[in-house]
Design a protein around this ligand. Structure first.
Ligand code: C2O
Ligand code: CU
Length: 519
């Protein structure tokens, strides 16, 4: 064969081989990419029905492996000394001091502007009935579900309750279906502003109105520091929410007016029941921030024109003495507000453009049961992030804790009595109002700066992009407690884990054939 023919043949064969190679690679890719994607999808799916103690990876925070033993899941719940959440309940028997029924049902409400909104309600109103309870009362609330198809529950946000009545469907109870009832019993130990809401399908149900105020007031016959009511007092709860695109305080999407005598002691309890931070301005008087998340501040000083930003789920109590001129509270960026004056008339320019109130430097220091220099039994590091990928079979951007999506997020394992430190940070562009059930967190530092005002206790803490908080709490309320984002949409997207006391287990299940959908 002439050389040039051989060369050509050789080239043709090489080309042929290349083509085969490419085809083979193509075929491989064609099969393996979907296979890999399928595997990733498959792996990301949450089990249909599961026990919350069986997902997540146990993080012992450098402490002893509390109750570590055999048994499934993350290995926290085997071993000796197992206790079921059902047994972690109020021990006081006998007649409650405060008893009432709350009935969940569908309703239609009318906003101040006349707009009608279909809601889910407690007792037909939104917010639900305001519960005012003298401190120390043994409380018994019966939840009745009249017609909320997917079931309901009641969680007592910020209230220190025994775990069995924490009200989380699939964790501490089953969702209460239409026609059923459920009894919550606990002692209201600490005076302060709290709220209650359904913790079944909470992203949807809270949005639609299943919430109300829970206020624990000092006892009238109480100790000296529990101020006896002097009569001239106005104590109002203002719950900020959004219905049909309108921001409301209560059900008012307009400026409400109210007559108040000058000299009256006014306390406004602001509650953010929505998913996003809400800003308020108070004009016409100096005022103090008396409490955050139900805990009194030490030495609050008068503020003038400061703006207040509440985390979703958070509460601020404001106090002032009613002046002769009008005072005006505005839910900024909306028409909702409250005007107080001696005859309900008049006006004052809304506060806006003021400095943002900063709880980290407000008030004066006071002793705390533990602090930054305490010896901690466990230390946890939690970083909120997000990543593109599969979660529960859905492709998209998903929330992560320490790089793990929901099913792999670290569960914080503690032992009763432990002093626990959490360093919590966020690197996502969304705001995350993190909420811990059953405990208050003491803020030690923000972005490395120690807090230097009044002790700042919180149960609903906003994390902005780049924020790092050093937090501490005493593990003194055994149970299985949610720790999640209170942008409830984020929680439903998986941004939540739990604090679990070693040996605590639950017989309730989430998802699948159960009706329980806590988020
Ligand atoms: Cu206000 Cu887990 O909730
Ligand atoms: Cu969030």
């Amino acid at each position: 064969m002439p050389q040039h023919v051989t060369r050509r043949l050789g080239r043709a064969m090489r080309r042929q081989r290349l083509r085969w190679l490419l085809a083979a690679i193509g075929a491989l890719l064609a099969f393996s990419v979907p296979a890999l994607l399928f595997a990733a999808w498959e792996r990301s799916r949450l089990p249909g029905t599961y026990n919350v103690t069986e997902i997540g990876a146990a993080d012992f925070g450098g402490g002893a492996h509390a109750g570590h033993g055999h048994g499934g899941g993350n290995g926290v719940h085997g071993g000796l000394g197992r206790v079921d959440v059902d047994h972690l309940k109020e021990t006081a028997s006998g007649e409650p001091d405060y008893r009432r029924t709350l009935t969940a049902r569908t309703a239609t409400i009318t906003l101040a502007s006349g707009r009608e909104v279909d809601v889910l309600s407690f007792d037909g109103t939104v917010p639900g009935p305001e519960l005012r309870i003298p401190r120390g009362s043994l409380v018994e609330i019966t939840l009745v579900n009249e017609d909320v198809e997917e079931g309901v529950s009641i969680h007592w946000h910020g209230v220190r309750v025994p775990n069995a009545v924490d009200g989380v469907a699939g964790v501490t109870q089953d969702a209460v279906m239409p026609g059923q009832r459920y009894v919550y019993r606990f002692r209201a130990e600490h005076a302060g502003s709290y709220w209650y809401h359904s913790h079944q399908a909470s992203a949807r149900q809270v949005k639609q109105g299943l919430y109300g105020a829970f206020v624990v007031v000092p006892r009238e016959d109480g100790a000296a520091e529990e101020k006896p009511s002097p009569g001239d007092e106005l104590d109002l709860v203002l719950m900020a929410h959004t219905f049909a695109g309108r921001d409301v305080l209560g059900v008012s999407d307009e400026l409400d007016r109210r007559a108040v005598d000058p000299g009256t002691d006014v306390r406004l309890r602001l509650v953010n029941t929505d998913d996003f931070p809400m800003r308020f301005g108070l004009a016409g008087t100096p005022f103090r921030v008396l409490a955050i998340d139900g805990v009194d501040l030490n030495g609050p000083t008068p503020l003038n024109g400061s703006l207040l930003e509440l985390a979703a789920g958070g509460r601020y109590d404001l106090g002032f003495t009613m002046p002769r001129k009008p005072v005006r509270l505005d839910l900024l960026g909306s028409d909702a507000g409250l005007l107080l004056s001696s005859d309900g008339g008049g006006d004052v320019a809304p506060a806006s453009g003021g400095r943002l109130f900063d709880p980290a430097v407000y008030g004066s220091p006071a002793p705390t049961p533990f602090g930054a220099s305490s010896r901690f039994d466990r230390t946890f590091q939690l970083d909120i992030g997000d990543r593109i990928g599969f979660f529960d079979g859905k492709l998209g951007r998903h929330w992560t804790l320490n790089g793990e999506t929901h099913e792999g997020m670290p569960a914080l394992v503690v032992q009763e009595g432990d002093l626990v430190r959490i360093t919590l940070s966020s690197e996502t562009s969304a705001v995350h109002p993190m909420h811990l059930h059953g405990h208050h967190l003491l803020v030690l530092a923000r972005n490395g700066e120690p807090t230097r005002g009044s002790p700042w206790w919180t149960d609903s803490l906003n994390l902005q992009k780049g924020d790092t908080f050093d937090l501490a709490f005493r593990a003194d309320n055994p149970g299985l407690w949610m720790f999640h984002c209170h942008n409830l949409v984020h929680a439903a997207e998986g941004l939540g884990t739990h604090v679990v006391y070693g040996g605590v287990q639950t017989r309730y299940l989430v998802g699948g054939r159960t009706r329980n959908r806590p988020e």
